[in-house]
Write a new protein. Structure first.
Length: 443
């Protein structure tokens, strides 16, 4: 009897160890669904990542431990009004260097009642450094915003949802104390089209090697056509935009097929732009990529356009760059569903690695697929000075939840236990279970 009890205790301990290798997807935001989500990280092995979302109650966030995937703290950004578009940028990346404690996050969102854009700075542990501050004095601001960090400053781009401001792109440069050092009109699309629609589907990135910001967005012309454009610019040392560096390039010419979601990530020598257009079978959305190369003299050249997916009802997607110094690549996550003709068919998330030129690297894989719809994904990669991880946040549209998780290269989920080399190996975990069963067979 003593021997049997000892075996039961040992087997129970083995099951506990085994169960620790499974990491759950995290639920955030109570019962209030998110409208928009975003994520940023400091990139350090012992660092953090901060997810943010907007909904009918305001703007919120949650801080998680990198390579542990456990919640550190919940963050209330602004609960005074319904919030729409939201974005976040991190000062530091492990690739660029610096110290973890020096990191700062800027969170940007739009309040529903005032239609103004607001911001708030946080330290590396998600503690507020400033009160909520207004970024731009005129309203209304459009529903699309881009935010990034580079050259010692945070930069925010946004369109204006106003008839006289159609096809105009505005900017604000914010220092690390929350002061707005420069703002104004960055791109006047009326020089090209006098009465197009608002700037939409905006994404902003920064190339630290070139010191250049890059943005991709949709521009509408006067004839109901839509083009996808790329805008580059630099900052001066005082944080003001270097007007001589501003340059606009059309990366997909005007067609009657509307352009929708975009994403932007820096690469070696420039950026990779991703965007979707209606078209193909049953007017389904199709995603494309196109590399943008920037020479030392600031001139822009374009690589070939790649169509990523066909015959899928694709939706939102997001792109991130993994710079590991040997075989740099990008990761693209997007939503789709199996039956695009059935509106009740749930969306799920797929992931595709890309070469820097935007062509596929291997095959697409399913990241998460359930009976609930998964929408509006955002992704950021922890740089690979140790094995890289992908941090993904999305909206569970069925359960009204903001969800997130962290994944290894093989798309297994990160947890505290599977960071331990021995017990993190699923093959070893299987041996543990078999060993436990063997104990009982010997009873």
């Amino acid at each position: 009897m003593v021997v049997l009890m000892r075996r039961i205790v040992v087997f129970t301990m083995l099951l506990v160890l085994l169960s620790g290798t499974v990491a759950a997807v995290h639920d955030n935001g109570g019962s209030s669904s998110g409208y928009w989500v975003d994520v940023a990280t400091d990139g350090f092995d012992n660092g953090y990542y901060l997810i943010v979302w907007s909904n009918g109650s305001g703007a919120f966030g949650a801080l998680y431990q990198i390579r542990d995937n456990t919640l550190v703290d919940n963050v209330t950004v602004d609960n005074l009004d319904k919030a729409f578009q939201i974005g976040i940028a991190s000062k530091l990346s492990g690739v660029i260097g610096g110290h973890l404690e020096d990191n700062k996050y800027l969170i940007v969102w739009k309040r529903n009642s005032t239609k103004h854009l607001y911001g708030r700075l946080y330290d590396y542990q998600g503690n507020p450094l400033t009160d909520v501050f207004q970024i731009y004095g005129e309203n209304p601001v459009g529903d699309y915003v881009g935010v990034s960090y580079g050259g010692g400053y945070f930069v925010v781009l946004f369109g204006r949802a106003y008839a006289s401001a159609r096809n105009e792109l505005y900017y604000a440069v914010i220092d690390e104390n929350g002061n707005i050092v420069d703002s104004g009109l960055l791109f006047d699309g009326k020089d090209r089209y006098t009465n197009g629609g608002a700037i939409k589907y905006l994404s902003l990135g920064y190339n630290p090697d070139l010191g250049v910001f890059g943005a991709v967005f949709r521009v509408a012309d006067d004839s109901g056509n839509y083009e996808v454009g790329f805008l580059k610019f630099k900052l001066l040392s005082n944080g003001h935009v270097d007007t001589s560096s501003i340059g606009y390039t059309t990366i997909d010419p005007p067609t009657s097929k509307d352009a929708y979601h975009t994403s932007m990530a820096y690469t070696n020598g420039g950026f990779l732009a991703a965007y979707s257009r209606s078209g193909g079978t049953s007017e389904r959305l199709v995603w494309y990529t196109r590399p943008v190369y920037i020479a030392d003299d600031g001139s822009v050249s374009l690589g070939s356009t790649t169509q990523l997916f066909t015959n899928y009802n694709a939706g939102h997607g997001d792109l991130t760059f993994v710079e590991n110094g040997t075989n740099d690549y990008l990761v693209f996550v997007w939503e789709l569903r199996d039956n695009p003709d059935d509106n009740n068919d749930p969306f799920y998330l797929n992931i595709q690695r890309l070469k820097p030129d935007g062509t596929p690297l291997g095959s697409a894989e399913t990241l998460i697929k359930e009976s609930n719809s998964k929408r509006n994904p955002a992704i950021v990669a922890k740089p690979a000075h140790s094995p890289e991880t992908y941090i993904v946040v999305w909206i569970d549209d069925t359960a009204d939840k903001v969800q997130n998780s962290e994944y290894f290269y093989d798309l297994s989920e990160v947890s505290t236990t599977n960071e331990v080399p021995f017990f993190g190996n699923m093959a070893v975990a299987a041996l543990i279970l078999l060993g436990g069963l063997w104990l009982f067979r010997r009873r």
